[in-house]
Design a protein around this ligand. Sequence first.
Ligand code: GDP
Length: 485
Amino acid sequence: MAQKKQTSHIDSSTFVKPPVVAVMGHVDHGKTTLLDYIRKSRVALGEFGSITQHIGAYQVPVGSKKITFIDTPGHEAFANLRSRGASVADIALLVIDAKESVKPQTVESIKIIQKAKIPMIVVLTKMDIVGANPDKVKKDLLQQNVIVEEHGGSIANVAVSAKTGEGIDDLLGAILLVAELKNITADPNAPLSAVVIEAKKDPGRGNVATIIVQQGTLRVRDEIRVEQETFPVRALVDEYRKGIDQALPGRPVEILGFTSLPTVGSLVTSKDSTSVQAPSEMSVKPVLDKNSDAILKLFLKADASGSLEAILHGLPKEVSVSQTGIGEITESDIAQAKTMDLVVIGFNVKVPSRVTKLAKDEAVRIRTYTLIYKLFEEIEEVVTLLAQGPQREIIGQAKILKTFETSDGEVAGCQVMEGRIAKGDKVIITRGNKEIAEGLRIKSLREQKEEVTKVKKGDMCGLLLTAPVDFKPGDMIQSYTLYEF
Ligand code: GDP
């Protein structure tokens, strides 16, 4: 018998949205341990025991309120905030080891949090360790333009230890305070909008997605729309594997009933909703992107659709992704990359040695990564370099001492000042700071009267270029290769 759909109205005036919190920071600075401590100390033992496997997000009670933690510490957290957008996390915790202070990934996290435009709380952790120096960390943060309250700024900071529990209650209090001050609210009676933060095939349960409700209320048997699919919600399951009837804003919940796995970051709305727009941060960059201004074209292979999404969302706009795929890099990927002139990027995937060899033979470049922020970091650096035009890497410099005419043309008599000069090298010629010729190669290279292939620093040589140049003593000849990613 079909049950009547629930449409009970929720009193918005008394509803408090649990803030959704993401944890960021340098590797080994204590993100996982902090989340574990909070979960273990806040969740009743019996319930905790029923969390048998990884869950993407969970709620912890704090007094009469609740906080939702997105439980993907480490590098995945970077991907989270980038791909899942500011609209999923309301607050970011910037976790810093109080002894180690600010490290590269701390700086990267700050940038990501600022880009996401969400409030942050600085968490100085490992306070139980001898040598913990929170004052130094706060000073170091000034250089990153992160000014904590004691230094006259607006950023809250809390000192904690996930070993002794010191400061953890203060931290939870600070999260709730920031949520209140920043007026983090939501309307449980608004049209439904929720975001998929994790999707997996679960043996026995089928396709399962963890979502976080942002606005409105999701109820069992609601007809929902995710991407192209519409279907009635078969069951809502909380982090303790208990079935629940409804999920209010700020609540993470698993949905069962998908016929295909939804994309991470996709929006969940009610079936007949037309008013809810996908948050702009969520839009997936089209694959087969024909961005003609792209200065770097990639073939992207990743271990899972979630990581693929995260990477697609986080790449700079100067990059276009022409091909994507899941799984190890194959010979046919290399063939395709060669035809389309793509750089192959692998994330958490294997490259069999025969594929590496083929790539080398075909001069196809492969770069692999296991940390998403490293991938972003390197690609951003490369894009910045490439945007400045072709990058020359100088491999040798020779100074022209005298010039003399021969039947083959004018020869430059030089001394090698740096590196080495070889026959066939691409060269530019400079006079002072000015470049007077480019696009040339070394046609012939002689040491004494002997034709040689290479001369090194300190050696004297005579060289002939592929085209005549009006050079004179004092000019420099520079050999270079073009920088390639
Ligand atoms: P993550 O990479 O940021 O998730 O770091 P982890 O949580 O894995 O912590 C890295 C190491 O620091 C582990 O060996 C933890 O046991 C240790 N650790 C984390 N928090 C604390 C703390 O508050 N006190 C002490 N003494 N050790 C900690």
